[in-house]
Design a protein around this ligand. Sequence first.
Ligand code: NAI
Length: 399
Amino acid sequence: MIIIPKVRGFICVTAHPEGCAAHVQAQIRYIQSLGRLQNGPKNALIIGASTGYGLASRVATAFGAGTSTVGVFYESPPEGGKTASAGFYNTAAFTRAARERGLYAKNLNGDAFSEEMKHRAVALIKNDLGTVDLVIYSLASPRRTNPRTGTTHKSCLKPVGAAYSSRTLDTGKKIVTDITIEPASQTEIADTVAVMGGEDWLWWIEALESGGVLAPGTRTLAYSYIGPEITFPIYRNGTIGRAKEHLEQTAHQINARLEPLGGGAFVSVNKALVTQASSAIPVVPLYISILYKVMKVKGLHEGCIEQMARLFYDRLYTGGATPVDGERRIRLDDWEMRDDVQAAVADIWPRISTENLDNVSDFAGYQKEFLRLFGFGLEDVDYEIESDPLKISGREAVI
Ligand code: NAI
């Protein structure tokens, strides 16, 4: 069948197998162009490995340092006339490419929040690799069932304390509108922290530690975001920001366990980028469209793979100490937060409208990036050719 994008709100419900493979290949080529990552990890567990920052972390370590990787994610296989989710196709392509290079790559597809998934990961690592020396925690999920209480928590993206009014972008209709979001209740705040905070990260580390599969000197990382004042009410000071604060506190807790063994836990504050997770946040897509414009003009634009390359090549595996801020966070948002970048964004922000969207922002770039997440708009793919969503080489590896 000919597969075309079917966008519903902030999600695309179709994905293109060859397009997703081309997207992964482009990331692999970028990493290969950088040469070998010296002193990189030997064996890595990547939780949230199929899209966005987690996939880029996996590509950067595997193709930069020859790292053996176990990827955990939650993706749907193709069924009947329905395509698989993009992360499923991405992983099939990644695994195929890694194995062609002689690299170890195995996958666990299921709920990372469950005890069962943690046990499966420990057993797989023990059996195949012995230990891991890098654990990346890159989950973005709207809900989490806590396996110890059985309660399902739903996260929300709301301000805390007071209602928030802002301009926002309806990416489907391409219009700039105003929205007012009512503040979250205490329960909604707690639920969001339960989903996107650090509890599950800690439980992963505990499971790996008690399973005896953490190598001495293991490093673990989770990803956070801060952003500029214009998005503070919905992001850093909102429900998701509370969860990120919890995640950052958890890094200190985990670090206290790993540091005596020569390792460490870090939070890396990354740049705002178009991913499936960020496109669901109100206001943020408008900010990203403006940011892309400003950073491209200044020659500072990066995608997930460029960010993850800087993380591993310039910060984590330099052979020296990892540079961190006053709160022990790695800052990959340094270019986004540069004074000149933020001054340019702040200048555009109050005057953006539906009419001037294409001139003062890079909405075209935003949309292009969004479609690429689902394998559409890749230069080297012929979208006129029939594609079989069910027949993907490497499918059996995405278990
Ligand atoms: P994404 O939506 O591209 O990736 C999410 C990953 O989590 C996928 O691999 C998905 O399969 C996996 N996942 C979700 N629920 C799962 C479950 N129950 N079990 C197993 N796997 C599950 O998201 P993105 O943007 O790469 O986010 C990753 C992290 O980076 C998040 O913590 C996010 O807050 C953070 N971050 C994102 C930024 C952005 O602008 N996109 C900026 C800074 C940090």
